[in-house]
Ligand binder design. Structure first.
Ligand SMILES: *Cc1c(COP(=O)(O)O)cnc(C)c1O
Length: 949
């Protein structure tokens, strides 16, 4: 047997452990276990048709060769994406550090204080640069953030009687083309009418509820929007501004002009281009709209000792939790990238950021002056970083490309040049020389940069920003490295112990999958670079699409969506377009089982669908009779069913074929939520169970790390009839022949991290992928049997088996005064992150170990759970002063002079032997959610500052 197979690195259990594990489960082979788990009629009959598995070394060489097919040009394309310098200290200590990139969304606040602080820094940075009152912790990209701003303004218009029935939204023609495309997609299904036009001639009227402006405009012109915004206010039109984050260090921020929402990308704050992503968008608004704000907000609160603690505010504030009442479906966002962007501000501080902005402005101004001297007309009367030059585009393009330079060619006679942090005086000289050559004149010598501002004095920012300590003391590398480490140590990630979050699939994110991301051949390509410069990417993305087609059994894939929920939305919009293409405009009912993830109904609502909830049986399965009744009742208007398979209850429902047929018979399409794909790959697939479209969470099943809550990639794979409708992009066309408009800003979404999934599939191959699924089922069933007798498992398949995850019943413990949260917090004392709490059933834990955990780790986790079960047994409802209610226990508690608890210090912090050699200390006691929500503070200003006001 080969010992260099990647499968041996990815899959945890060793050959020697198998007999013991199988015996515990009570089967004699994995094959038998799978037989008892998965309905036979949906089993694949043949292996997946994929290329032979590569070893890690072979993959490294392969990806290097592919990378050589990408040409890294100096990019002056702009349009919302700029070359950026990732500070090495951030690249090495965050971007390439599993302590940061393998963490999960900070639901368990007490073991997530590090990244919570990092994203609080991000929020503070956004609030101060935009001049707004409150900001969230990142959205998926600028295009979708603009759509969220539009949705928020649409939502809050109902508070205003006069605007109740208005549905027009003005969009400046200065908006970025990809943003406009996303706005088009998102506006139509919810009944918003977009009116695109010139903001200078816009006629304000009662019919508009909102407006969207770009600052500076798409090709760099800087406008003073104060007048527009005050006229809008007089007409009760609320204004959202998409703003370039770096420019806000020099220009008057939109918040000071009266904007209601300010959004944008933070890519140029030290995040690589990555051929389109991942990057974190920001979203800032006013206090009064905080309850309509999409995504998550990090807030300050106190812990059980009254000390400062951070946690996600306002009931986690994730819109999708509102289900069909949601106006947004954000779940996975871009946390890792927001952490990096926030750290960029921490490292540079206000002076550093100003310096960078001044330099960018100076290179733009110098180039403009020099080109003007050469006789070219530069048409932006005011600009920050982008100039527009009248010149013969074809001629300039030819010489520019010879010199490995990309500009953006607006039309035959107009070239736009967007400058960035990397641009030097030598680069300016080079650019000027190209334009001189095109004119056949001598190249002037350029010895210094122009430093005067090329925008009106009124727009010169006078307010200070980032005065807080955190942005002013970590400017040496040692200080910065230690600050990052200090935060990292507060967080429990996969490099400490298993994170068995059901439905989230926290598997290994292999280093060999991650390495190529650091290579400029991959991370330094602009999303709108000409295709012939991105041949490596094109080949990789095409191959990944094909691999996903093979794995799902479908005919076409788009990689554009940046999260699972965005995939859901894309899939539903594709279904909508399909029905419309057949004249079925009325088909708008989505059937959704009550057990569905909250993003399902939220996405359906955004796609303009009416949601009909179907019942779940006592045993957790879909109530087929109820479904039949509703499908038939609504057969004339049925759009689709949304179904998760295996179910969110961790069961492969045997009626699935009957269910999907039922929907087809009544004219509907079947949307399969692919979050549980880790239980299908190589054994069955969505096409086989009768689905028409599914999203995959590449950040679950296909090894992209969760990054503390993103990045993610949520491609959708579709059956042949839906292929023509896959989404396009307005700058670089993608998708089908009847493509819907853009789902996200970049043509291939977060292309950079697609390398990880490509590596995962290429290195596992057909056999390894199937083996991974089998071991995921093996590990889950092993835990189920080990915990048997201690905890009840809520649902099982017909032969008593779990799929790749299981739900533990914890509600009876209420008789002892113990809530499921107490178990979650107590697990921290044992060095573990809790499984998923209260989804899909309140008061339960859902455990998904994944195939990557080995027997020792599974045993440690089970020992911890069993030990906790004994502690529960000893608890009484009368006395809440117990080891569970007081958990987690901090080092400060343990080393305090007095110890008033009715159990020993050892029992509190070292209840089992294994803990001593690898103790993880939560840094705060239990965070008080209610207090924090009553006193909402979402920036890193000291708490007293807010208490006074
Ligand atoms: C994770 C998940 C989603 C949402 O995916 P995101 O990438 O977080 O948007 C949807 N459905 C289920 C069942 C999930 O587990």
């Amino acid at each position: 047997m080969r010992t260099d197979a990647f499968a041996l690195r990815h899959i945890g259990p060793r050959e020697n452990d198998l007999q013991h594990m199988l015996k515990t489960i009570g089967v004699d082979s994995i094959e038998r276990l799978v037989y008892e788990t998965l309905p036979d009629d949906i089993r694949l009959k043949a292996p997946l048709q994929l290329d032979p598995a590569m070893t890690e070394y072979e993959f490294a060489n392969h990806i290097q060769e592919l990378g050589n097919k990408n040409k890294v040009f100096q990019s002056y394309i702009g349009l919302g994406y700029h070359q950026a310098i990732v500070p090495a200290v951030i690249q090495r200590n965050i971007f390439e550090n599993p302590g940061w990139y393998t963490a999960y969304t900070p639901y368990q606040a007490e073991i997530a204080q590090g990244r919570l602080e990092a994203i609080l820094n991000f929020q503070t940075m956004v609030i101060e640069l935009t001049g707004m009152e409150i900001a969230n912790a990142s959205l998926l990209d600028e295009g979708t953030a603009a759509a969220e701003a539009m949705a928020l303004l649409f939502d809050v218009r109902t508070r205003d009687q006069k605007k109740n029935n208005t549905n027009k939204f003005f969009v400046s023609e200065e908006i970025l083309p990809q943003t406009l495309s996303v706005l088009q997609t998102r506006s139509t299904p919810i009944g918003i009418e977009l009116v695109v036009g010139n903001h200078e001639t816009f006629e304000f009227s009662e019919e508009f509820f909102g407006a969207m402006l770009q600052y500076p405009g798409k090709f760099g012109q800087v406008y003073d929007y104060s007048q527009f915004i005050s006229k809008a206010a007089a007409n009760e039109i609320k204004v959202a501004v998409a703003a370039d984050i770096l420019s806000l260090t020099k220009l008057t921020p939109p918040g000071e002009m009266g904007a209601a929402v300010v959004i944008g990308t933070t890519q140029r704050f030290g995040i690589p281009l990555g051929y389109g992503g991942p990057h974190a968008a920001y979203f800032a608004t006013k206090e009064e709209y905080k309850r309509s704000m999409p995504g998550r907000i990090i807030g300050v609160t106190i812990d059980a000792n009254g000390n400062r603690a951070l946690r996600m505010a306002l009931g986690t504030r994730e819109q999708h939790i509102k289900r069909e009442k949601a106006t947004s479906n954000i779940c996975t966002a871009q946390v890792l990238l927001s952490v990096m962007a926030g750290m960029y501000a921490v490292y540079h501080g206000p002076k550093g950021l100003r310096y960078i902005a001044n330099k960018v402005h100076a290179v733009a101004a110098t180039t403009a002056n020099e080109l003007t001297k050469l006789g070219y007309e530069q048409t932006n009367s005011a600009f920050f970083d982008t100039i527009v030059v009248k010149a013969e585009a074809q001629k300039i393009k030819a010489v520019a490309e010879q010199n490995n330079i990309n500009f953006f060619y607006i039309d035959e006679a107009t070239v736009s040049i967007a400058f960035n942090e990397t641009t030097s005086i030598e680069d300016v000289a080079k650019i000027v020389s190209l334009f001189a050559a095109a004119k056949g004149t001598q190249t002037p010598e350029i010895t210094e940069l122009t430093v005067t501002n090329h925008f009106p004095e009124e727009l010169n920012r006078t307010s200070s920003f980032l005065q807080h300590d955190v942005f002013n003391k970590y400017h040496s590398e040692s200080a910065m490295m230690r600050y990052i480490k200090k935060l990292e140590r507060k967080d429990l990630s996969l490099n400490h112990s298993m994170i068995s979050l059901g439905s989230c699939t926290m598997k290994l994110n292999a280093a060999s999958e991650m390495l190529p991301l650091s290579n400029p051949q991959w991370n330094n390509i602009h999303p709108f670079a000409p295709l012939d410069q991105a041949q490596g990417y094109q080949e990789m993305l095409r191959k990944l699409e094909q691999q996903l087609n093979v794995i799902t059994g479908f005919a076409g894939t788009t990689l554009q969506p940046n999260s699972g929920a965005q995939g859901e939305y894309a899939g539903l919009m594709v279904i909508r377009a399909y029905h419309q293409s057949r004249g079925d405009h009325h088909r708008n009912i989505a059937l959704i089982p009550s057990s569905a993830h909250g993003t399902n109904p939220a996405s359906a609502a955004m796609a303009g669908m009416k949601i009909v909830v179907t019942k779940t049986l006592e045993n957790g399965n879909i109530d087929v009779e109820d479904l039949r009744e509703k499908a038939m009742l609504h057969k004339d208007n049925l759009s689709c069913l949304m179904v998760t398979y295996p179910s969110t209850h961790g069961v492969y429902e045997s009626a699935i074929i009957e269910i999907t047929k039922l929907i087809h018979d009544n004219g509907g399409q079947v949307y399969m939520d692919g979050a549980n794909m880790n239980a299908q790959v190589g054994l069955t697939n969505p096409a086989t169970i009768g689905a028409d479209v599914c999203h995959l969470n590449l950040h679950k099943t296909f090894a992209i790390p969760h990054g503390g809550g993103g990045p993610g990639v949520g491609p959708i794979c579709v059956a042949p009839q839906l292929v023509p409708f896959l989404p396009t992009n307005p700058v670089i066309p993608t998708g089908g022949e009847h493509a819907i408009t853009a789902i996200s800003a970049a043509p291939w979404g977060s292309a950079l991290v697609c390398l990880i999934s490509y590596g995962y599939i290429s290195m596992l191959g057909a056999e390894g992928l199937k083996s991974a699924t089998e071991h995921a089922i093996l590990n889950a069933n092993y835990i189920k049997e080990k915990l048997n007798g201690h905890y009840d498992t809520l649902y099982s398949g017909e032969m008593g088996r779990a799929a790749h995850e299981m739900i533990l019943e914890c509600r009876p413990f209420k008789q002892k005064g113990i809530e499921v949260t107490d178990i979650a917090k107590r697990l921290m004392d044992y060095g573990f992150h809790a499984p998923t709490v209260s989804f899909p059933v309140a008061g339960t834990l859902m455990i998904e170990p994944t195939e990557s955990e080995n027997l020792e780790e599974l045993d440690r986790f089970c020992d911890a759970m069993i030990s906790i079960r004994k502690e529960i047994e000893a608890a009484t409802i009368e006395d809440s002063n117990n080891v569970l209610k007081n958990s987690p226990h901090t080092l400060a508690m343990l080393t305090a002079e007095t110890w008033d608890f009715p159990y020993s210090r050892e029992q509190a912090a070292f209840p089992l032997d294994y803990i001593a050699e690898n103790k993880f200390w939560p840094t705060v006691r239990r965070a008080d959610d209610a207090y924090g929500d009553r006193n909402l503070v979402c920036s890193c200003a000291p708490i007293e500052a807010y208490m006074e006001s």
